[in-house]
Each structure stands twice: as structure tokens, then as C-alpha cells.
Write a protein that binds this ligand. Structure first.
Ligand code: NAD
Ligand code: UGA
Length: 466
């Protein structure tokens, strides 16, 4: 078998992970050809757009990397078959959402996109190919991928045996966070590479060694690598649910969540990262990855362990319900005929991603109470916002604005849901003037200057403060 050196990389899936992670590989490995393929033509066209503001993923610094590498050694296309057949290494970076139907519904990962990618690789790959799981997967998925790939070797064309193929499977989960993806990819805390075959592990390591200090590259067995990704996300989400649970206690006792997190974060064993209180974690991954972990624990009969981790998701939903109720109670128990401004629609700042954004669930709770909502987000467009509310008669009740001031006009309250930097620099005096009185600000991120707002005349509620 020809285990040739790497020249050509293919990545299946041009999403939030595939696009940025391959762009950074292309930037740091000019001798490699990196082809990113996707079945979504519109997305590929956007990646190829001359106007870099139209890239399908907004990430600080991504446009510069794409501009440097695109059409040199980084290519985006829908030519899945051709690029698979020419690749020495194939990264699978497709979506793995929670199943919505069938066995494991609501918990297990839906692996249909992984399966279809594996079938395409099985069909079109040639010679020896290293297949890298970059998507986040349930532990032992590599076994399924292997089964599909190995069955391909028996396929023959017109009764002729095809040229022999062989595959090695490597797990290389991605740890980037949206909003800081380029920085995370350029200077990762670690790169994790799991596998069984030393030569393939070394091949994948050799890509990263072009810019990552070798001491940061961890190699493990396949199953440790797959599981570590789920566990990393579960631990991160656990910190957010922990801090959010305490935010409610602060509001009732006179303690201040910012002071409490400052105090506990100084303990090196706890650390000061990932302790920001908020409207609960959003994003496409934390919830789905914990639910997947819960499913795995149930599958292996570890029911107490499953319950332990599931509680983190429950606290997250509870926090969003709690914030919705606080808004309603403070606005005299009813939102009928009231107009509220929702500031921020992405699930965190510096991204245009709205998947599982707390803004969606909180807005839905407010709409159910009869509220009219005015939205503003610096990076999420009107279509994307209104699409989330298709089941409502949004024509009259929901509006999207280009400026905060326009969104605030005639409203009873402003609800801050995403911590965009620009909300720090608003002309709050002017905003106060255009609102109906009493004018409220609900700061679910607890990051605005409350004293300044109160001095202007606002009534203010800030998470975790009394
Ligand atoms: P995404 O939905 O943004 O992108 C996935 C892409 O794969 C889509 O464009 C889809 O069209 C494409 N695709 C699906 N099946 C295909 C096929 N058979 N052939 C070609 N293209 C196909 O998803 P994402 O956010 O990039 O996440 C991908 C994986 O990475 C998930 O498993 C996720 O859990 C994991 N992950 C995501 C992040 C993140 O910040 N978004 C971070 C770390 C890990
Ligand atoms: C997260 C992880 O941080 C990444 O390591 C991982 O690769 C990724 O999930 C994934 O697997 O998809 P991401 O969801 O992009 O990244 O962004 P985070 O910064 O982790 O924020 C997630 C959510 O938690 C956001 O809604 C954010 O507002 C919230 N959060 C984060 C807080 O409420 N408080 C904090 O202190 C930190």
C-alpha cells in the first residue's frame, strides 16, 4: 500500500469549523493544497465571494486569512467526488446535531451527515487515505466510520476488482470558540490527536507542527480523544450553569455575582475564566454535546452520572425562563401592547451565529406574553432573525432595526442579551428620551454601568445584583 506523504487535504463541510480551521491550515502550510467541499452551493458561493463581508462565517481576522490563501492553496467548491479522490487526508467537519426523531431522540447525535460523508469517502477515495474526525462525535464513532470504509474495498466496477484502498481513522476534535476562532486556531491551548496507527498520527501531527509548539500536541487513543471533546464542553458548560445558579442567589441575598466570581476566580484551582454570568449558554454545541454525553451514560447504564450532567442543561433552560419572568413581573405582570427592544441576537458577541441563542428562547417567552419586539444586532440580518419566529404572526409584532436608537423608539424596556462591545458606547441619554416611561434596562449579561443608567433615569435590573 502506498502510504505517500501529504500534499492534498480535503475537508468535507464548509461551516463554522471547516471554513476557519482549513483557512488557518492553508495559511500555515503553503506547500499543502486545501480543498473545502460542501453540498450547500449557496455557502460555497459565499466563501468564494469577492466581497469578504459576504463570507458565510463572521469571525474577526477570518477575512484576512481567506484573502491571503483563497485560490492559492485554499479552495472552496462543491466538487466532493473529485476532491475526495485526490486527497491524502480527509477531514470530516460536518454537522452532528441532536436527533429529533427515532431512537435516542432529543439526546443522541444524529450521525446521518457523518455516515453520508463516510460513504462518499468509501466510494471515491483512492489508495491510502487518512480520515480525520474533526466533527464532535459520540465515543466509538470511529468504529462505525471504519465499518463503512472497510466495506468499500469489496466494491467492484463492472465485475473488475477496483484498485486496493486502505484507510486510517484519526480523531482530531476542534476546540475553537466562535468569535475568537482565528486566534484559537493560531494559538491553541492544545491540539488533540487520537488514533491507533502511529504513521497516520504522525502525518496529522506534522500538519500542526508547522505552527503549533509540539509540547501542545497531545496524542491519545481514539476513544480518549473522542470522549475528551465531549467532556471538555461539558466541563465548560458546567461552569456557566454553576455561576448562573449562584446569580439567582445573589439577587435574593444582596451579594453581587461580579464580586463573588472575582473572589472565587482568584483561587488558582478555580481560575477566573468562564465565570461570566448570563442568560445561559447558547451555540450549537454545549447543549447537544452534554445531551449526547447523557445519552452515552444512559446507554452504558450509568444513570446517576447521566442525571448529574443533564442538570447542567436544565439549569440553563431555567435561567432563560427566570429572566423572561423577571422582565414580565417588572413590567406590571403583562406585556400586552408593550414594545420591548431586544439588543443582541447572536449567541455571543463577535459572531453571526444564532444557533441556540438565548435571545431566541427569551424572545419567544416574551412574544407568548403578548409583547411586540424590536430587534437590533450588529451582525445578524433581518431574515435570519425573523426566520426564528416563523410560527408567529410576526408581520405586525416583530421588527428589526439598523440602529439601537431606532429599535428603542417607543419601547418600555431594553433587554440586553448579547454582550456586544458597542452596547457600552451607546448614547444612553438619547435612548432614554425616545422610550416610554418608566423606561427599563434589563442587563442579562450584567456588564453595563448600572449607576450611569440609573442616574439618567432608567429603572435597571442586572443579573446577579440586587
Ligand atoms: P455547520 O453546520 O456550520 O457546518 C457543517 C457543514 O457540513 C454544512 O455546511 C453542511 O452543508 C455540510 N455537510 C453536511 N453533510 C455533508 C456532506 N455529506 N458533504 C459535504 N458537506 C456536508 O457546523 P459546524 O458549526 O461547522 O460544526 C461542525 C462540527 O464541528 C460539529 O460536529 C460540531 O459539534 C463541531 N464543532 C463546532 C464548533 C463551533 O464553534 N461551531 C466548535 C468545535 C466543534
Ligand atoms: C464552545 C467552547 O468554548 C469551544 O472550546 C468548543 O470548541 C465549542 O464550544 C464547540 O464545541 O462548539 P462556543 O460555543 O463557540 O465554544 O463559545 P463559548 O465562548 O464557549 O460560549 C458558549 C456560550 O456560553 C455563549 O452563549 C456564551 O455567551 C456563554 N458563556 C461563555 C457565558 O455565559 N459565560 C462565560 O463565562 C462564557
Amino acid at each position: 500500500m502506498n502510504k505517500k506523504s501529504i500534499r492534498n487535504i480535503c475537508c468535507i463541510g464548509a461551516g463554522y469549523v471547516g471554513g476557519p480551521s482549513m483557512a488557518v491550515i492553508a495559511l500555515n502550510c503553503p506547500e499543502l493544497i486545501v480543498n473545502v467541499v460542501d453540498i450547500n452551493l449557496q455557502k460555497i458561493e459565499a466563501w468564494n465571494s469577492d466581497d469578504l463581508n459576504k463570507l458565510p462565517v463572521f469571525e474577526p481576522g477570518l477575512d484576512t486569512v481567506v484573502e491571503k490563501c483563497r485560490d492559492k492553496n485554499l479552495f472552496f467548491s462543491t466538487e466532493v467526488q473529485k476532491n475526495i479522490s485526490e486527497a491524502d487526508i480527509i477531514f470530516i467537519s460536518v454537522n452532528t446535531p441532536t436527533k429529533t426523531i427515532g431512537l435516542g431522540k432529543g439526546y443522541a447525535s444524529d450521525l446521518k451527515w457523518i455516515e453520508s460523508s463516510a460513504r462518499q469517502i468509501a466510494k471515491y477515495a483512492r489508495n491510502h487515505t487518512v480520515v480525520v474526525e474533526k466533527s464532535t462525535l459520540p465515543v466509538r464513532t470511529a468504529e462505525t466510520i471504519k465499518d463503512i470504509l472497510e466495506s468499500s474495498e469489496e466494491i467492484s466496477d463492472f465485475g473488475m476488482q477496483k484498485e486496493p484502498k486502505s484507510f486510517s481513522i484519526i480523531s482530531n476534535p476542534e476546540f475553537l470558540a466562535e468569535g475568537s476562532a482565528i486566534n484559537d486556531l493560531q494559538s491553541p491551548d492544545r491540539v488533540l490527536i487520537g488514533g491507533e496507527d502511529e504513521e497516520s498520527i504522525e502525518k496529522v501531527c506534522s500538519i500542526y507542527k508547522n505552527w503549533v509548539d509540539p509540547s501542545k500536541i497531545i496524542t491519545t487513543n481514539l476513544w480518549s480523544s473522542e470522549l475528551s471533546k465531549l467532556v471538555a464542553n461539558a466541563f465548560l458548560a458546567q461552569r456557566i450553569s454553576s455561576v448562573n445558579s449562584i446569580s439567582s442567589l445573589c439577587e435574593l441575598t444582596g451579594a453581587n455575582i461580579k464580586e463573588v466570581t472575582l473572589a472565587i476566580g482568584k483561587d488558582k484551582r478555580i481560575g477566573d475564566q468562564f465565570l461570566k454570568p448570563g442568560p445561559g449558554f447558547g451555540g450549537s454545541c454545549f447543549k447537544k454535546d452534554i445531551l449526547n454525553l447523557v445519552y452515552l451514560c444512559q446507554y452504558y447504564g450509568l444513570h446517576e452520572v447521566a442525571d448529574y450532567w443533564e442538570q447542567i442543561v436544565k439549569i440553563n433552560s431555567w435561567q432563560q425562563e427566570r429572566i423572561s419572568s423577571i422582565v414580565i413581573q417588572n413590567l406590571f405582570g403583562t406585556l400586552s401592547n408593550k414594545k420591548l427592544a431586544i439588543l443582541g441576537f447572536s449567541f455571543k458577541a463577535n459572531t453571526n451565529d444564532t444557533r441556540e441563542s438565548p435571545s431566541i428562547s427569551i424572545s419567544k417567552n416574551l412574544i407568548k406574553e403578548g409583547a411586540r419586539l424590536n430587534f437590533y444586532d450588529p451582525k445578524v440580518n433581518e431574515d435570519k432573525i425573523l426566520k426564528e419566529f416563523q410560527e408567529y404572526e410576526y408581520e405586525q409584532k416583530l421588527n428589526v432595526f439598523e440602529t439601537v436608537l431606532d429599535a428603542a423608539k417607543g419601547t418600555d424596556a431594553i433587554i440586553i442579551l448579547t454582550e456586544w462591545e458597542e452596547f457600552h458606547h451607546l448614547n444612553w441619554e438619547l435612548i432614554f428620551q425616545v422610550m416610554r416611561k418608566p423606561a427599563w434596562v434589563f442587563d442579562s449579561r450584567s456588564y453595563l454601568n448600572i449607576i450611569q443608567l440609573k442616574n439618567i433615569g432608567f429603572k435597571v435590573w442586572a443579573l446577579g445584583q440586587s
